[in-house]
Design a protein around this ligand. Sequence first.
Ligand SMILES: [Zn+2]
Length: 290
Amino acid sequence: MPELPEVEGVVRSLRPIATGKTIQSVDVSETIITSKANGKEAIIKGADVDVFKEALPQMMIERIDRRSKYIYFHLMKDGIPHLLVSHLGMSGAWFYVRNLHEIEEEKFKRHSHVIFHLEEGDMLVYADIRRFGELRLLESEADHPPLLLMAPEPFDQDALDHYLAMSILPKYENKAIKEFIMDGHVVSGCGNIYATEALFRLRMHPARKVKRISKERKIQLFNEIVIVLLDSIENGGSTISDYRSINGEAGNMQNRLQMYGKKNCPICGRKTLQKTIGGRTSTYCGTCQK
Ligand SMILES: [Zn+2]
């Protein structure tokens, strides 16, 4: 599943090519139309396909930003701002092409679900193999309250204080540290890959309870998360499973991971262990992580 660095990579690639372009029309795949007609909220959330298709033409892409694991397309039409929020789910990807044949990987080409036709024949294509992704057209963040509850960006000044304040709340202090740091209300954009890495780099056991960790260690962990996320952004994100940056590009961070998906600990060489924490599989070293 794409995490913060992967989404940042998509945003950085889309920004120079799609900013300033105006949407001319929108095509939605038969799969999504049928699924929505059957009452499923497939990809297009909170609006009927027709409403979505009719609202977007003539909207200009003013700015593209990332917020946690979401892509925010700031749009403008007749002086009124709108916000198209995109979440990549498990296997969503964006492509900027003139022709669908330019999408090299067949599985993405076959799952091109929403096509935004721009001027001069350019197309911004949202492809999603498993269809867990989301596209939501809003006027502003306030129209979808869960967006307002996200923790500050991990690189913002108030992020550490926010995380520390959450760590002493009764609802969090008995949780496993890994579940805690993967909670989007606590830290923005730290999913399984980077939580696993940060805990390993700090030699901290993922199941350790939040209240059993000193403030100093909590701060060290937060700083480690930031370092791992920045390292990944610099290396183009981790290409694991079906994540692709814009136009199918792969990142390099998967080669720098030390614990996520590893069979043996890179320090002591022993077999890594797996445990389900907060509903997610966690890989760790039973010897090195305390
Ligand atoms: Zn070890």
